[in-house]
Write a protein that binds this ligand. Structure first.
Ligand SMILES: Nc1ncnc2c1ncn2[C@@H]1O[C@H](COP(=O)(O)OP(=O)(O)OP(=O)(O)O)[C@@H](O)[C@H]1O
Ligand SMILES: Nc1ncnc2c1ncn2[C@@H]1O[C@H](COP(=O)(O)OP(=O)(O)OP(=O)(O)O)[C@@H](O)[C@H]1O
Ligand SMILES: [Mg+2]
Ligand SMILES: [Mg+2]
Lengths: 247, 247
């Protein structure tokens, strides 16, 4: 059964999409079968996988019951576009609206080692669907004041999803992302984060570098574009695998 | 009748909340009566206005018809918290769901010069409500690849709101925010933005500075915390007032 990880934060721009794309790449290089799911109507993850804009079916079709997940996989990802926002609105009125993605991924979970779900920067129905479909939740935050406020809120929703619909959901941890630890504000925020959440916070912080934005523009992973920069992600992946109890 | 401006971007972390908070401050210092509305369940704007966490009623109550907008104004802002996400889900099933905020702000528009609405980083029902309630849309983007992709999508939704529900809605412009123009990637992205959207892009870019995150932590505006840094916002406000045809 696949380890299914939702990457989320209510705060926008905390590096979620980059985290999913890069983890998929590193885990793939370690020989694991990885499926990525773009659950954000922005479609940044799909873009980052260089999915053709007209690729079909997409996650919207899967959630509306018009396609099987297996038919919506294009080059290692189930893509999304703005139509996913319409699908989310339509889903809001359906019975079982929160378990739709979980049911859709049932078969895929048998043929992959890891499934990574990129969430939108809200705690709405798409994120809830991702959490209900997942075994683990991975929070991504920046070391800035507003982001840290968002960690508490995201933890609340993870607990809500666990207590109501998915008792097996565990917190995998909290990643400090796009970190510029040269500023006092960032260092103080990191201290506050570790004080408040202790061991849940990964020891590896992902440092800030313009190379990530450059790599996204080229639809290349950081390992393909600037391997030297990828050290942080290699170390983070090691920590993640240890927490999952995988060799 | 108040000029009502929605500040939006589908991309997360593009400086929307900081833009609304700072514009409210500068316009207030110029003698205008300004109301801010927090339409984001994260509640960052409410936090930035130092609204007490238990302030009530909030925007959620107004949208559910349980309070008048006038009763939900606390220290210059109609605040929000996570309950707004529940209100959004409940709103999805109501008749007239897209015009709810417009109707709720009808009286307030007569007693303020400017109303600024901080949108969440999605193009869902809350953002659509804000656009339908507005006379102008202000897009905030960073000069990074994913953000620029989001500008096209946000423009689509602005046009959709105008064509279907709010014919008076105009694009006020596109602000380049959190700009670090020392990198080639940022300079190239800015060039691409100006090429694609021409005069819609404000001449003033808001430069990146850690002082903004520090000011948010202290619930002080940038003018209160680091007036020297506020030059960009003073110049942007000048451009905005010119576009609005105000002295
Ligand atoms: N470690 C990093 N250092 C610097 N820039 C980064 C880093 N990781 C990602 N970025 C860039 O920062 C921006 C935000 O990252 P990304 O889009 O992955 O965040 P997100 O949380 O998915 O955003 P959203 O909330 O809009 O979905 C992007 O332009 C990305 O290229
Ligand atoms: N000009 C700037 N330079 C550097 N940092 C900034 C600037 N403006 C805002 N920030 C900081 O960047 C982060 C993102 O800004 P902000 O929260 O205003 O964006 P947002 O678009 O409202 O995010 P969200 O999509 O989550 O609502 C915050 O930590 C904020 O303090
Ligand atoms: Mg993303
Ligand atoms: Mg915001």
């Amino acid at each position: 059964m696949a380890t299914t990880i939702s990457v989320l934060s209510q705060k926008g721009g905390t590096g979620k999409t980059t985290l999913v794309r890069t983890l998929a790449d590193v885990l793939g290089r370690l020989g694991l079968d990885v499926l990525a799911v773009d659950a954000d109507p922005q479609g940044n993850l799909s873009d980052y996988f260089d999915t053709p804009p007209d690729a079909s079916p997409t996650l919207a079709d899967v959630l509306m019951g018009e396609a099987r997940a297996a038919d919506a996989i294009h080059g290692g990802v189930i893509p999304a576009n703005l139509r996913l926002a319409e699908a989310e609105l339509a889903l809001a009125g359906k019975i079982g609206r929160e378990v739709t993605l979980r049911n859709a991924l049932r078969d895929a979970k048998r043929s992959y080692d890891v499934i990574l779900i990129d969430c939108p920067p809200t705690l709405g129905l798409l994120t809830v669907n991702a959490l209900v479909a997942s075994s683990h939740a991975l929070l991504s935050t920046q070391s800035q004041y507003f982001s840290l406020q968002g960690v508490e809120q995201a933890m609340e929703v993870v607990e809500l999803a666990r207590d109501s619909l998915n008792p097996d959901l565990e917190l995998l941890g909290i990643v400090l992302n796009i970190a510029n630890l040269r500023t006092k504000h960032a260092r103080q925020s990191l201290e506050a984060l570790r004080e408040r959440f202790g061991d849940a916070v990964f020891r590896t912080a992902i440092r800030q570098s313009v190379a990530y934005a450059e790599s996204a523009e080229r639809a290349q992973t950081i390992l393909e574009y600037r391997p030297a920069r990828a050290v942080d992600y290699l170390s983070l992946t090691g920590e993640i695998l240890r927490r999952l109890g995988r060799p």
